[in-house]
Write a protein that binds this ligand. Sequence first.
Ligand code: SAM
Length: 207
Amino acid sequence: MALNAFLYKIFRAPASRNNNNIKVQLGPGKNNYLTGWINLDSNLFTAKIDVWANISSTLPFRDESVDIYYSHHVIEHLEELDLHFREMFRTLKKGGKIRVGGPNGDSAIAKFVENDLAWFPDFPDKKASIGGRFENFVFCRKEHLTILTRSYLEEIAFNAGFQNIRFCLPIKETNFPEDIDNVVLQKEWESDFDFPHTIIIEAEKSL
Ligand SMILES: C[S@@+](CC[C@H](N)C(=O)[O-])C[C@H]1O[C@@H](n2cnc3c(N)ncnc32)[C@H](O)[C@@H]1O
């Protein structure tokens, strides 16, 4: 996989400062392939993809070559979130954008304190207690490596160099409607818009 990503970056990845609108989705999985985007995932068997690569360290794109990154429930699987945001920043053109979503730690903490068992989904395991449901949501059978909260994501994005950092509701809100159109938004899911299960950050690399 590392060799594949290396060869992709050398021979096929878009050139730096190209004039095309290069849109990249990281971690589409099985059902979220987006036509017109470069869809990249590490799982060759379960995901429908254009590029096979592991994004846990570097991204297989050249400096200033991508216009927008989108990922939905992917970054919580990564060990080095600071590095990931720096890599998105490096490979974005000036004026480039990100929309990144994952499990909402702030909502989960509020609902844990409220003892709201019904807020927590049964995925991946059924748990009866509020503590069990909280653990299930946050760590997902140890597949998740971090807890995503507003202040933490803001800190990481800011330290990577991003500006205009904003938080959006899933499905309903975006600051980039020309790229994050209804096709993208309709693939997101949410049942509670007061305490969303997904936290979504959008940000820009300044011109
Ligand atoms: C929970 S699924 C989310 C799929 C889809 N984005 C969605 O919202 O339904 C996480 C996806 O991220 C991919 N992924 C996780 N870690 C990755 C990594 N280090 N490099 C590339 N893809 C990764 C997985 O293979 C999987 O397809």
